[in-house]
Design a protein around this ligand. Structure first.
Ligand code: ZN
Length: 285
């Protein structure tokens, strides 16, 4: 499980595990989202793409060994120049392509993304964001305002969601695992209560008919995000209640979760791991 996690979401530091992984069979799939916005699926976090007369902008860039395949998929979409890479957070399955794409495009991310990448000894200089911000910023590109909005500690302490305001698309980064329990990186400043709050705050602000690109999982709707929020509230509520009653982590794991959440434990994070993350985070308070 540890190896699996490091592959999926955790770290640039897991380069040894990465080197052993075979990416040669991974195909990059292009999914139209809305107007000039596309989603790329391969391995790792979903990539958002804006194409148009100003060129290309991408949100996240998956694992380093996939960069050339991603570049080919982008070229097929549009021959324009890649101008910007926005990073939703620092994890290697979202920033692994930075060193490759950073040679031609400006990388934009929250201050803590640059800090955490810079602290990792494996990071090349070209992989570091060159434009950083603390709260939010906008890129005016391909005829719309693309808002990059930092959220308080949730998945990590440096996450942002990206809102393509005219195309009506929101890229949630890892603040959304569609239909699955999320990974929350407590070691990178993540926080389960904050994560849940963040999803609730985003839901309050986005149009009901927005298309949602999750960090992991298929293209989604606002309704899917609302279901995810309900799952977070209910499952972490059960853990909070158990904590208040003095239950141990073993008790909580033994009790498990109601059957209706069973399918949510079939992704990177199974039910037991989700309970553990929730317990460890919520017991810190
Ligand atoms: Zn992540």
């Amino acid at each position: 499980m540890k190896l699996f996690l490091s592959l999926v979401c955790v770290a640039l530091g897991a380069s040894q595990a990465l080197a052993q992984r075979d990416f040669s069979q991974v195909e990059i799939k292009v999914i139209p989202v809305s107007q000039n916005i596309y989603m790329l699926e391969g391995s790792g976090g979903n990539i958002g793409v804006s194409v148009g007369s100003d060129g290309l902008l991408i949100v996240d860039d998956q694992f380093a060994p996939l960069a050339e395949k991603i570049a080919i998929a982008l070229k097929k979409l549009d021959a324009g120049k890649l101008k910007f890479v926005l990073n939703t957070h620092w994890h290697g399955d979202h920033t692994g392509g930075n060193a490759f794409f950073g040679k031609e495009a400006h990388i934009v991310a929250h201050t803590n993304v640059r800090k955490r990448l810079a602290d990792s000894k494996d990071t090349k200089k070209e992989a570091l964001p060159v434009i950083t911000f603390d709260q939010s910023l906008s890129v005016h590109f391909n005829g719309e305002e693309i808002k990059v909005i930092h959220l308080p500690p949730g998945h990590t302490d440096g996450d942002s969601v990206i809102h393509f305001t005219k195309a009506n698309v929101v890229h949630m980064g890892d603040q959304f695992f569609a239909g699955k329990f999320p990974f929350i990186d407590l070691g990178s400043g993540g926080d389960v209560a904050g994560y849940t709050r963040n999803v609730g705050e985003v839901l309050k602000k986005i149009p009901a008919d927005a298309k949602i690109i999750p960090g992991h999982g298929p293209l989604a709707t606002v309704e899917d995000l609302r279901t995810f929020h309900t799952m977070l509230l209910e499952t972490t509520g059960l853990v909070s209640k158990a904590l208040a009653e003095g239950k141990t982590l073993e008790d909580v794991k033994a009790a498990g979760l109601p059957d209706k959440w069973k399918s949510w434990g079939t992704g990177f994070i199974n039910t037991s791991r989700w309970l553990e993350i929730s317990y460890n985070s919520l017991s810190k308070k």
